[in-house]
Design a protein around this ligand. Structure first.
Ligand code: SAM
Length: 286
């Protein structure tokens, strides 16, 4: 009889993945980390009983969370990733040749070390890129204290429970605003609105207190159970979000990045949200 991992994100329901081979399971200094193989999903990482990433569908999440802000900005040189311990976001950000440095602030060094060892297809050597600046710290402390400035900030965190909770606070968004260069943009992973619509409401209120152009875009990542997930968007430069398709297509061609999910057309379309999400945002901001 095989073992199964059952996700505990929601009390009344969950999803289970057969554990075909367990690579790592430990309580780190911050969270319970598992990495195992599943015949259908490839290697899977979970933290505190919640699916973080799988080899089979990580490209959707990492491409949409990295390339939408990067192509919208058009000339990002300094990028900040909060979280992202598996290395997939670092990999995608570094594919942009104009990028001079990506600083990645991860609270749990064990996630990076175990991802290097057991999820090598996520980082694909990104941790060794001379432009990668890896910092082991709480992202909240870093954004509060750093004197560095960034063009794009990507908060690739766990859900707002445990160590990730602080990364969904007013103060976090305000500090990210402080360290963004003029014309910069920040995006965050913001959960699956069909089950976590309060995350949309809370982020809409908290993030719009710091950014004049605040909204969400979406993609469906199969192992983030419940349909589309939202990515929060915050900038003071509204032209970034409304960039025309021709400009996006030019930037995409010039970048020469081979993607499997992201296209300029999907970029633009991803900002069209289901009406129940639009209503939740409007109610929150009323
Ligand atoms: N794709 C995943 C998702 O959408 O849930 C996130 C993947 S990544 C593994 C999440 C990372 O956030 C983890 O490595 C975790 O250690 C990190 N993290 C959580 N809270 C943090 C904090 N306060 N500061 C920095 N990193 C944090």
């Amino acid at each position: 009889m095989s073992d199964f991992f059952t996700e505990t994100l929601y009390d009344p329901l969950g999803q289970s993945f057969r554990i075909d081979k367990l690579y790592y399971e430990q309580k780190t200094e911050h969270q319970h980390l598992m990495i195992f193989h599943n015949a259908f999903l490839g290697r899977v990482m979970t933290l505190d009983g919640v699916v973080q990433t799988t080899e089979r569908d990580e490209f959707i999440y990492h491409e949409m969370m990295a390339h939408v802000p990067m192509f919208a900005h058009g000339n990002a040189k300094k990028v900040l990733i909060i979280g992202g311990g598996d290395g997939g976001m670092l990999r995608e950000a570094l594919r942009h040749k104009n990028v001079e440095q990506v600083t990645m602030v991860e609270i749990d060094g064990a996630v990076i070390e175990m991802s290097k060892q057991w999820l090598p297809n996520h980082s694909q050597g990104a941790f060794d890129d001379p432009r990668a600046n890896i910092v082991i710290a709480d992202g909240m402390d870093f954004v509060r204290e750093t004197e560095m400035r960034f063009d794009v900030i990507i908060s690739d965190s766990t859900d707002p429970i445990g160590p990730g909770e602080v990364l969904f606070s007013n103060d976090f968004y305000a500090q990210c605003k402080r360290i963004l260069n003029p014309g910069g943009v920040m995006v965050t992973q913001n959960g699956v609105p069909f089950f976590q619509v309060d995350e949309v409401r809370n982020t809409a209120i908290r993030m719009s207190a710091s950014f004049s152009d605040q909204t969400f875009y979406s993609a469906a990542v199969p192992t983030y159970y419940g349909g589309i997930m939202t990515f929060a968007w915050g900038s003071d430069e509204s032209t970034l979000r409304t960039i025309d398709l021709d400009s996006l297509q030019q930037r995409y061609q010039q970048a020469g990045i081979e993607t499997r999910y992201y296209t300029p057309e999907i970029h633009r379309a991803s900002f069209a949200l289901p009406r129940y999400v639009d209503i939740a945002i409007a109610e929150a901001k009323a």
